[in-house]
Design a protein around this ligand. Structure first.
Ligand code: G3P
Ligand code: CA
Length: 275
């Protein structure tokens, strides 16, 4: 059954089409664009030599054949690793089954470490509008450097100072209100998303940290407190929900009128929404 939509819900590929291909790889993002995703989500971290790379965990152990913290490795170290290998290793070592990626590229670039710069190039060459939701990871450790590098990179692509938040193809997300504050101080029109794993008492009435436009609650919050979505909407905020992979959760989000669904399965969610 597909859900009759009242309004357009943006479908955002979480770490790329990360169920079909290894997360945060070119292969995963290419697949998401092919699948028709409206936007791509990525996590960014700083390497030891100051490059922004798309890696979720503090360490590379889960998602590559290497070891160590991203912050302790240089880009050249990361470039020597295979980010398409790890799920094979972690999930399938000692088992009979085959790895389950639908996308298994031959070209090593497709599964090597992805810089944010390369992802911005991919989006620029997509041939259609594809938005980017960039999440700053562990921004407190770097005392503003993540945001500084991010703004400098966005500037190079002409994306740092949109005419208005509504028109911006890029938004910055974080669990850290401080990180979002830094972004807003650098660019008042760049939209920001406050991610939430739980709703703190001072935000229960639907307010967000000062100046933040978009709320990013987890699907667990939405399931347990559907009225909270209404409060956020009444307070004038967009609501972007993560990580929504189950059909019943897609239906719930559609019923509640959320603005964006962040998912590992953009193809399945688009189908569920009748697109
Ligand atoms: O899109 C928000 C979501 O990605 C936050 O959680 O842990 O997947 O980065 P995480
Ligand atoms: Ca993320």
């Amino acid at each position: 059954m597909t859900h009759a939509r009242q309004h357009h819900i943006q479908v955002v590929a979480h770490r790329g089409a990360s169920e079909a291909a290894p997360e945060h790889t070119l292969a995963a993002y290419r697949r998401a664009i092919e699948d028709g995703a409206d936007a791509l989500e990525c996590d960014v971290r700083l390497t030891a030599d100051g490059h922004l790379v798309c890696v979720h965990d503090r360490r590379v152990n889960r998602t590559s054949n290497g070891r160590g913290a991203v912050s302790a490795l240089e880009l050249a170290d990361l470039a020597a690793l295979d980010f398409g290998y790890a799920r094979t290793r972690a999930f399938w070592r000692g088992r009979d089954e085959e790895p389950d990626w639908e996308v298994r590229p031959e070209d090593p670039e497709e599964t090597s470490v992805l810089t944010l710069e390369r992802l911005l190039e991919l989006v620029a060459d997509a041939g259609r509008r594809v938005e980017l939701a960039i999440e700053t990871k562990h921004p407190t450790r770097w005392a503003g450097q993540v945001e500084e590098r991010l703004m400098a990179l966005l500037k190079r692509f002409g994306l740092d100072a949109p005419a208005s938040a509504e028109e911006s193809p890029v938004r910055v997300m974080s669990f850290s209100a401080r990180s979002l504050h830094r972004v807003r101080a650098a660019s008042p029109t760049l939209p920001t998303v406050y991610l939430m794993q739980f709703v703190s008492p001072r935000l229960r009435d639907g307010r967000l940290p000062t100046g933040v436009r978009i709320a990013g609650p987890s699907i667990r919050i939405v399931r347990n407190h559907p009225g909270y979505v209404q409060r956020l909407k009444r307070a004038g905020h967009e609501v972007h929900v993560w990580t929504v992979n189950e059909p019943k959760d897609v239906d719930l989000c559609a019923e509640l009128g959320v603005d964006a669904i962040i998912t590992d399965r953009p193809d399945a969610v688009l189908r569920r929404l009748g697109r």
